[in-house]
Design a protein around this ligand. Sequence first.
Ligand code: AP5
Length: 215
Amino acid sequence: MSRYRLMMLGPPGAGKGTQAKRLADRLDIPHVSTGDMLREARRKESELGKKAAQFMEAGKLVPDEVVIGIVRERLEEDDAADGFILDGFPRTRPQAEALAEMGVDLDFVINIEVADEEVVSRLGGRLSCPNCGAVYHKEAKPPKEDDVCDVCGHRGLITRDDDRPEAIRQRLDSYHQKTSPLIEFYSERDVLENVDGAGSPDEVNDAIARRLNGD
Ligand code: AP5
């Protein structure tokens, strides 16, 4: 199977992580999520984690130079040599320019379109596993056993600290001001594929597969 350099674009809660995990499994390419990397750094209380914490809790973007540095290092690892799926990066124009300067030519940017009201409802109901990062939703995708992760068996699913209503509002503001201009940036480069994110996770997954197949 040919390898892809993909990126997921879309507002917070659009389902980027949900779809990126499925695609990474199907295409056998690594899922490179800056949100997951930053949360892991916070969990380990590394210097990076301490630097990022205050921004993330408030729903603000972490400074460009910090995020660009971790992505550059991650993409230099062997498993990313033949393809990857970027989730949550780039999120600003300077990040998109830095990615291009790293010599990365994206094959597709999958832009998942979801209305702000749906974002609020999805993030308000999200549950995350603090052990393995698996993501659930109280109504749309509950775990099989209450409060237990289907993937790793960890008991005690959590609500992310940036899924509080004030932080969700701030994240939506950051998206509209700083990230949504990338829709035009990648459209001009002819790699943008818009996908309606309003359906079920399976329906969105099918729509993405059709776009990658050129249907
Ligand atoms: P990050 O973790 O990237 O957060 P985000 O972009 O806000 O995205 P989310 O993880 O909230 O949502 P998602 O689109 O992945 O949706 P999900 O699949 O989980 O970043 C967090 C923070 O880190 C940022 O705020 C910032 O501070 C920092 N950061 C990260 N990258 C950065 C960068 N490049 N530059 C600067 N700062 C950066 O789904 C959401 C919910 O909906 C789940 O409950 C899920 O089960 C449910 N769901 C998914 N699909 C569907 C569906 N089709 N129908 C119904 N429910 C669904």
